[in-house]
Design a protein around this ligand. Sequence first.
Ligand code: CP
Ligand code: NVA
Length: 313
Amino acid sequence: MKHFLKETDFSPAQVAELFALARELKATRGAAAGTALKHQTWALIFSKSSTRTRVSFEVGIHELGGNPLFLSKNDIQLGRGESVEDTARVLSRFVHGLIVRTYDHAEVERLAAAGTVPVINALTDFLHPCQIYTDAFTMAERWAPAGGDLFASLRGRKIAFLGDTACNMANSWVLGANLFGMKISLAGPAGFAPSAELDALLAREGFAGGYDFTTDPLAAVKDADVVYTDVWVSMGKEEEKRERLALMAPYSVTAEVFAAAKPDAYFMHCLPAHPGEEVQQAVLDNPRSIIFDQAENRLHVQKAIMTLLARRD
Ligand code: CP
Ligand code: NVA
């Protein structure tokens, strides 16, 4: 059984295939009814809010010929204490795949271990791999125009990640950058260096030490092809809001910070954004801000992910 819980669950060759398929699905969207998930139902189990992830998966499943079934955690017995394992075993009798957004990363691993259908991580406190694949695809579309090798176009590029450098997006980008052959520099407050948990995962994957961490945002963005940021208060961290906003204020992506990257650098953000906090409105509006292409591409890339997982090879 193949699952997609973290970036490295697909090999570089499989990611290259996945990106090529996403490009094809994007180009042919609406031309014919998809069949990859025909007669299948895929359940979305969400414990946190979502706009992009929920809608792109529901629309994507429908476009592949399948039926999406949205289950808010509190509407099913999982929210009243039924075990993760029994939930996986029961839902596996009904549906063909589980798409899960939750807090504890171990929960998606336990669902995958106990169930008999593919599990997709739709964001945990630790990782957000669907977003990272989509982001990389969105960059590659620009660096490898029609006919070019999308995956290969990422190699040697540099991404600078500013702000909450210990959040799920930062973790996932560190793992993804190593998988894609990119360099990554993180700039955030001293207490927000990558965790021991991420370091251990990198070591297991053969990527030990595969990032730079600095407290200097201008050092991080130097020579960067992409400047990336995410909210300073992730879902579940609301109680730390006041402290985080004060600590992270020096890491806001201002026009000056963005201008210190390469002259043709792109600005990216997984969204939702908080203008005036992690990024200034002028940067969101810059012609080299590609945030809405990122959002759209969630649909195409996740259709490719589900297509590959549904093949069961
Ligand atoms: N970027 C992202 O995952 O957005 P949602 O929280 O709206 O799904
Ligand atoms: N780091 C953010 C990402 C939202 C898509 C969060 O977890 O809330």
